[in-house]
Design a protein around this ligand. Structure first.
Ligand SMILES: [Zn+2]
Length: 164
């Protein structure tokens, strides 16, 4: 039986087997529960469309593999917890819906590719370090290493999801 953190989000989506470095701790389940129940599920309900989590908690190894920053909130260290969800043409209202929960969010980052399309959205829970930050990031794959690295440029969000 699949277990769920909320009506539509499964534990295994946030803690994918083989990528988190073991069974999620009670504390990590609690942080993920907050992220899902207070931010993701209400946003999903608002747009009434499936929201696909494409990256949840990561072990150090997995974080390196996908080119995450060394102190990524996907590591679930300390108070932090973060996921990436699919965006773009399939979920045009998702960023706006997530933004409604900015008081509970640490960082909300829309990743825009070289074609100007929002490809995925990073959302983390508020911590003493990150609180209510909304950003846009442009990125491209650097052809380095086996999996490539994401080269990112961050910019302040000024109300439009465009490449700065
Ligand atoms: Zn992320």
């Amino acid at each position: 039986m699949q277990s769920y953190l909320s009506r539509n989000f499964k534990v295994a989506e946030i803690f994918p087997a083989g990528k988190t470095g073991g069974i999620p701790s009670k504390e990590n389940l609690h942080k993920a529960g907050y992220l899902v129940e207070e931010i993701l599920q209400p946003s999903r309900d608002a747009i009434d469309k499936p929201v696909n989590v494409n990256s949840g908690m990561r072990s150090r190894k997995e974080n390196r593999r996908v080119g995450g920053v060394w102190n990524s909130e996907h590591l679930f260290k300390g108070d932090s917890a973060a996921v990436d969800v699919d965006a773009g043409q399939y979920n045009p209202g998702l960023f706006e819906a997530l933004k409604q929960h900015v008081r509970k969010i640490g960082q909300l980052i829309a990743y825009i590719d070289v074609h100007g399309e929002v490809r995925f959205i990073h959302v983390s829970i508020a911590t003493p370090k990150h609180n209510g930050e909304i950003k846009i990031a442009t990125y491209e794959k650097e052809k380095r290493g086996r999996f490539g690295r994401l080269k990112r440029h961050y910019a302040t969000y000024h109300g439009k999801l465009v490449r700065p």
